[in-house]
Design a protein around this ligand. Structure first.
Ligand code: ZN
Length: 427
């Protein structure tokens, strides 16, 4: 038996050591040692070999546009939306496409091989939709890109958003999005959730709404989203992104709400990097963190995946396509510091988010797509702690990124010649 590629000597996320044999674009064997012939080898000795990173919430039409035409002075969500409105008329299809492709290069280098991106449908030209549909096709050999039709300026609030969102879905956008908390009234927000879920049900699509991304504890559109999911039989196909109002909600109400979300099998996608900077901007002190209630949702049996949301755009001035940054921030803000919780944070930027996106072929198992990342870390917790280097990235059977392992040379009398910051813990 021969293989096209063997990843040798790695440590799987569960701690077992194994070689991984790849044939074509599939994993063909996972065994303690594979002695067979291979077209080429990847040396993963003492490195974590993980399923690739997954970002379930991103905005690829805005990425890498930081500073065009100006920066967000207040740092708020609302100025970000206004700034994006100033940038939109200046966009060209080619510029959006080139920025998105450049970002995908970053993603590959970080082992981020599946991305769900929202794409703004509040533009009669739909040029971002067309640009990202082209990008999706071009990157398909190495990244699974899923597009969400996102009426950024409000499905009812923007005069042509309804028609343009339908046009975007007709063009082949995969998922139905929405922004109920940005509609003019609570009632319009509620109606937008109902109508958009009905569109998804008719078309057999998934739903992923920006939902209650506000510090207003009375923003309760997630309740309607759970209700419509159940009414229309969309269980397992719906996600609520952000859900930050839940941070500020009344505790008694939340105790009812979490059970409704769990019962409807609605997934949650918090975005810790962006929401720790956007939320609480109207507060003095104490200042609310604003991130949704992650440990409580996990305890209630709700599927939760962390998203990145933004990199260098009108809303967020940093970002590197590193989902370990996202897990690191989420772990801190949610205070998920036990070993089990830290491992869960790693799952939330890998396999849980893949499940939210419905990626059936994803995973480190024989027969699944041969996409994986080799990390300079001994286990998932160490990967988060170090925001570990990606030593190698394999996408759909091909080695697509590599970098040398790095140790820092020291010049300290009586101390070792170099330092690597790996550390063996008892867990
Ligand atoms: Zn978003």
């Amino acid at each position: 038996m021969s293989f096209d590629l063997i990843v040798k000597g790695g440590i799987l996320p569960d701690g077992t050591r194994a070689d991984i044999g790849i044939r074509g674009d599939k994993i063909a064997a996972i065994e303690p040692t594979i002695e067979a012939e291979a077209g080429s080898d990847v040396d993963a000795a003492d490195c974590l070999v993980s399923q690739p990173f997954v970002d379930p919430h991103f905005h690829m039409d805005a990425t890498l546009s930081y500073g065009i035409p100006r920066i967000n002075a207040s740092g708020t969500l609302l100025e970000g939306i206004a700034l994006w409105g100033e940038l939109k008329p200046l966009l060209t299809q080619e510029a959006v496409k080139q920025r998105a492709l450049a970002y995908c290069d970053w993603a590959v280098s970080m082992g981020l091989l599946a991305i769900r991106t929202h794409v703004d449908t509040c533009d009669d030209r739909l040029l971002a939709v067309e640009a990202l549909l082209e990008v999706k096709k071009e990157v398909a050999p190495y990244i699974d890109l899923q597009l969400v039709a996102f009426p950024q300026d409000g499905y009812f609030r923007d005069p042509t958003a309804r028609a343009n969102t339908i046009r975007a879905l007709d063009l082949g956008v995969d998922v139905v999005g929405g922004i109920p908390h940005f509609e003019r009234t609570m009632e319009d927000g509620r109606r937008s959730v109902t109508e958009l879920c009905e569109i998804a049900a008719q078309r057999g699509l998934m739903v992923d709404m920006h939902c209650d991304e506000t510090d207003d504890p009375l923003s309760r559109h997630i309740e309607q989203l759970a209700y419509e999911t159940q009414r229309l039989g969309l269980q397992g196909r719906v996600a609520g992104s952000h859900l930050t109002s839940m941070h500020s909600m009344d505790n008694y109400y939340v105790s009812k709400l979490l059970a409704l979300i769990a019962e409807a099998q609605v997934s949650a996608i918090p975005n810790p990097l962006i929401n720790i900077v956007l939320q609480g901007r109207h507060d003095t002190y104490p200042k609310r963190r604003g991130m949704t209630r992650v440990p409580e949702m996990l305890k209630a049996g709700i599927r939760v995946g962390f998203g990145q949301d933004c990199v260098l755009d009108p809303w967020y001035s940093l970002g590197t396509a590193d989902m370990l940054d996202v897990a690191f921030m989420g772990l801190h803000v949610a205070q998920m510091t036990s070993p089990d919780d830290m491992r869960r944070c790693f799952d939330m930027v890998t396999k849980t988010s893949a499940a939210i996106m419905g990626l059936d072929h994803y995973g480190l198992e024989v027969g699944k797509t041969a996409s994986l990342v080799v990390l300079d870390a001994g286990n998932p917790i160490e990967a988060i702690r170090l925001r570990a280097d990606r030593v190698a990235v394999v996408a759909k059977g091909r080695l697509v990124a590599e970098r040398p392992r790095r140790a820092t040379a020291l010049a300290l009398p009586g101390r070792p010649a170099n330092v690597h910051r790996r550390h063996v813990t008892p867990h």
